[in-house]
Design a protein around this ligand. Structure first.
Ligand SMILES: [Zn+2]
Ligand SMILES: [Zn+2]
Length: 343
């Protein structure tokens, strides 16, 4: 493997998830295509950083990568479906191959696995209401040089002598498996395409406008039509909002009002998904009261969820003598009322 993912991000192999995230953010900001218009080297670097981060931030992929890196596991053999290559070491070489194995991406042209090819961050309100998001997305597409074939020429696979099968003897039984080198085709390509490293796919960072359907949530997968006609899967990342919480089609939020306001009633400006509205809070509102604002939630099939405003009441000690006297007056008044009722 030509690139060590840890050194790409400039972190140690014991780095925590947080350290990896921080290192990635810093580098991504520096090399982002937006900040380096037309700079090829920065673009390459950005891709390299994104690739490394894709693996190291995912505990499962990272563990697999650590195994490969330390030589505990051998990578690349396992059933390459399209067209494998015989390399002197007997395996698949290069960074792209490792990525393909991890993502199932490069190999995906014949195995129809749905692996997200990119991630897009969507603001909370846009995810709820639907809308458009502009994003730089790493897309995988058919290699323009080899047309997706992964290379040229064909010869009989040496590993299986062209049978496409591998037979394993277990005592009296023998079992048959597809040949791991040629993926059962019986043939291998004679030379790998240097542009895509034999994977048949290339990746690039593209600036795109993405249509987000209403009611989208964090982790949703979105199918995106690519310019070459194939489709890419995008994973939506919706960061939590400081004020809103979503429960199905409803939006919940919490406001805190002072004790005098709760007693006297008041009006407040409340954030909704689409700007602020005036909300009337009735006199004598108890802590924990939930007020419903109809049809301010997530749209779905012609109707909409509601927004629920949870009211909390802040009760604190008097801030000074004059405030203390006001509360004492209230208390005296309450005492007089009670005595009068008792008479
Ligand atoms: Zn190619
Ligand atoms: Zn074979």
């Amino acid at each position: 493997m030509d690139k060590d993912l840890y050194s790409v991000l400039g972190v140690g192999e014991k780095a925590t998830e947080d350290e990896i995230k921080k290192a990635y953010r810093k580098l991504a900001r520096k090399y982002h295509p937006d900040a380096n218009q037309g700079d090829k080297r920065a673009e390459e670097k950005f891709k390299e950083i994104s690739d490394a981060y894709d693996i190291l931030r995912d505990p499962e992929k990272r563990a697999r990568y650590d195994d490969v890196r330390s030589g505990r596991a051998y990578f690349g053999g396992g059933g390459m479906p399209g067209g494998g290559f015989e390399t002197p070491g007997g395996g698949f070489e290069g960074f792209e191959d490792l990525l393909s194995s991890l993502f199932g991406g490069g190999i995906g042209r014949s195995s129809r696995r749905q692996t997200p090819s990119g991630e897009v961050e969507v603001p909370f309100a846009t995810a709820a209401l639907g809308g458009r998001v502009e994003a730089t997305i790493r897309l995988s597409r058919s290699c323009a040089v080899c047309g997706g074939a992964g290379g040229t020429g064909e010869k009989t696979c040496q590993a299986c002598k062209g049978s496409g099968r591998r037979t394993e003897k277990r005592g009296a039984f023998s079992t048959m498996h597809p040949c791991p080198v040629c993926g059962g085709r019986g043939k291998v390509l004679t030379s790998a395409c240097s542009s895509c490293g034999g994977t048949g796919r290339t990746t690039s960072n593209d600036r795109m406008i993405v249509d987000i359907p209403p009611g989208s949530s964090d982790g949703d997968l979105l199918r995106l039509r690519q310019p070459d006609g194939s489709s890419a899967i995008l994973r939506l990342r919706v960061p939590p909002d400081r004020f809103f919480r979503r429960e199905g089609l409803d939006i919940h939020c919490t406001i805190t009002i002072s004790a005098p306001r709760a007693a006297l009633g008041t009006t407040m400006m409340i954030r909704t998904l689409e700007g602020r509205i005036k909300l009337r809070i009735p006199a004598g509102t108890q802590p924990g009261t939930v007020l419903r604002v109809p049809s301010r939630g997530v749209p779905s099939g012609g109707s909409r969820g509601d927004q629920f405003v949870h009211v909390e009441v802040s009760i604190r000690p008097p801030s000074g003598d004059s405030e203390r006297r006001l509360w004492e007056q209230l208390l005296d008044h309450e005492g007089r009322l009670r005595r009068r009722e008792a008479d």
